[in-house]
Design a protein around this ligand. Structure first.
Ligand code: APR
Ligand code: ZN
Ligand code: ZN
Length: 375
C-alpha cells in the first residue's frame, strides 16, 4: 500500500523551452486535502503540449511535467475527499469544474475560473508542488501533468468514468475529442442540412468533423495543407477536402465560391491568426458563425475588417468544447461505450510511455493524428 507515502516513479520532465522531454525518476508526494493521486494508464499527446515545449505559450514555469489528455486509476485520496476512492477510473480535467465560481454557476459557459487562463495552474491550490526531481521542484501543468506514472490533481479537476471504460481510448475525452466534438455540438450548435468548413485536420479538427456529421450537416468541407489527412477526414464524414496549397486564390475565396456565398459554420482547429481570419471570411454574411478552437501563440493580436461582423456574422471561441467538464466527461465516455460515436480511428499510433519523444516527432512532422502512450 502506497497511501501516505512519497512515490518514486517515471515522468517525462520538460527542463527548459526547446529541449526534448527527459524521462526521469521523480518524487510524487501524497495528495493533500481535496486532492487525489492518480496512477496514469494512458495519455495522448496534444499540440498544446508541443506549444509549451516550443515556448509559444507563456506563463508556464519550468521544469514542468506536461500532458493533459490522460486516463488513470485513483491510487489514494487526500483528506476530505468523499466522491472518489482508490480503484476508481478517472480522467484528469484540464478545464476544472469547481461548481462554485460565477462561470460554473452560469449555464452558458464551461470556463471555470480555476482554469489556467484565469489563474496559474503550475502549482496545486495551496501554492505548492507535489513533484520534485533530484531535489528540485518540478511544476504541474493545467493541474493534469499526465506525462507521469503518478500525478496529483485537485478533485475539482477529476471526472470519474465508467468502470469498464477502455483507458487507451478514454484518454481522448480529456482533450482532443471532447474539444472538437463539443465545438460543433455545443458552441456552434450545428443544425441539420447545413454546410460546415473545418480548418486543420489534426485530432481536434477530425473530432470537429465527427461533431458536424453527428449534428446532421449536409456538407462538410475539410481544409488542410497536408493532403495525407484527407482519407481520415472523409471516413469521418467530410464531403469535400481542399488543400490551400493547390489554389492560387486565398482559401476563403475558394470556399465562398464553392458554397454560393459562404458556409453556415466554420471552425479554426489550427491555432494561427491567418487561418482564424480565413475561417471568419469563409462564413456567409447574415447567418454564418465561425468558431475559434485552436490556441494562438500567447500575446498575438488579430486585426480584421469589422464589416464582417457588422453584416451579421458571429465569431465565437470554444474551450474544451463548451462542456462543463466534471459532469459531461463521464457521459461522453458512456455514450462512446454505447457506440453513439466512434473515436478509435483518431488513434494513429500507440506507443510505450518511454517513446514519448518519438510521439512528439510524429506530431511535428504531421504523420500522426493522436499518439497514445501506455504506461
Ligand atoms: N492551413 C490549413 N491547415 C493547416 C495550416 C494552414 N495554414 N497549418 C497547419 N495546418 C494543419 C496541419 O497540417 C495539421 O493537420 O492543421 C492541423 C493541426 O493539427 P495538429 O497539429 O494535430 O493539432 P491538434 O492537436 O489537432 O490541435 C489543433 O487546437 O488545442 C489546439 O493547441 C492546439 O492550436 C492547436 C489546435
Ligand atoms: Zn489538448
Ligand atoms: Zn468554477
Amino acid at each position: 500500500d502506497t497511501t501516505g507515502t512519497v512515490i518514486k516513479c517515471k515522468a517525462a520532465v520538460a527542463w527548459k523551452v526547446g529541449s526534448p522531454l527527459k524521462i526521469e525518476e521523480v518524487d510524487v508526494e501524497p495528495p493533500k486535502a481535496n486532492e487525489v493521486r492518480i496512477k496514469m494508464i494512458a495519455t495522448g499527446i496534444c499540440r498544446t503540449d508541443d506549444h509549451v515545449i516550443k515556448g509559444a505559450l507563456t506563463g508556464i514555469h519550468f521544469p514542468v511535467i506536461l500532458g493533459h489528455e490522460g486516463a488513470g486509476i485513483i491510487e489514494s485520496v487526500g483528506e476530505g475527499v468523499t466522491e472518489l476512492k482508490p480503484g476508481d477510473k478517472v480522467i484528469p480535467l484540464c478545464i476544472p469544474q469547481c461548481g462554485k465560481c460565477s462561470s460554473c454557476l452560469n449555464p452558458h459557459t464551461n470556463c471555470c475560473l480555476k482554469t489556467h487562463i484565469s489563474k496559474s495552474q503550475n502549482l496545486m491550490p495551496d501554492q505548492t508542488s507535489r513533484f520534485s526531481c533530484k531535489g528540485k521542484i518540478v511544476y504541474h501543468f493545467l493541474w493534469t501533468s499526465t506525462f507521469s506514472e503518478y500525478s496529483v490533481v485537485p478533485v475539482d479537476a477529476v471526472a470519474k468514468i465508467h468502470d469498464a471504460a477502455p483507458m487507451d481510448k478514454a484518454c481522448l475525452f480529456g482533450c482532443g475529442f471532447s474539444t472538437g466534438y463539443g465545438a460543433a455540438i455545443n458552441t456552434a450548435k450545428v443544425e441539420p442540412g447545413t454546410t460546415c468548413a473545418v480548418f486543420g485536420l489534426g485530432g481536434i479538427g477530425l473530432s470537429t468533423v465527427i461533431g458536424c456529421k453527428t449534428a446532421g450537416a449536409a456538407r462538410i468541407i475539410a481544409i488542410d495543407i497536408n493532403s495525407t489527412k484527407f482519407n481520415k477526414a472523409k471516413a469521418f464524414g467530410a464531403t469535400d477536402c481542399i488543400n490551400p496549397l493547390d489554389h492560387t486564390k486565398p482559401i476563403q475565396e475558394v470556399i465562398v465560391d464553392m458554397t454560393d456565398g459562404g458556409v453556415h459554420y466554420s471552425f479554426e482547429c489550427i491555432g494561427e491568426i491567418e487561418t482564424m481570419k480565413a475561417a471568419l471570411e469563409s462564413c456567409h454574411l447574415g447567418y454564418g458563425t465561425s468558431v475559434i478552437i485552436g490556441e494562438a501563440p500567447s500575446a498575438e493580436q488579430i486585426t480584421f475588417d469589422p464589416v464582417l461582423l457588422f453584416t451579421g456574422r458571429t465569431w465565437k471561441g470554444s474551450i474544451f468544447g463548451g462542456w462543463k467538464s466534471k459532469e459531461s466527461v463521464p457521459k461522453l465516455v458512456s455514450d462512446y461505450m454505447e457506440n453513439k460515436f466512434n473515436v478509435d480511428e483518431l488513434v494513429s499510433h500507440t506507443f510505450a510511455f518511454d517513446q514519448i519523444n518519438e510521439g512528439f516527432e510524429l506530431l511535428r512532422t504531421g504523420q500522426s493524428i493522436r499518439t497514445i502512450l501506455m504506461f
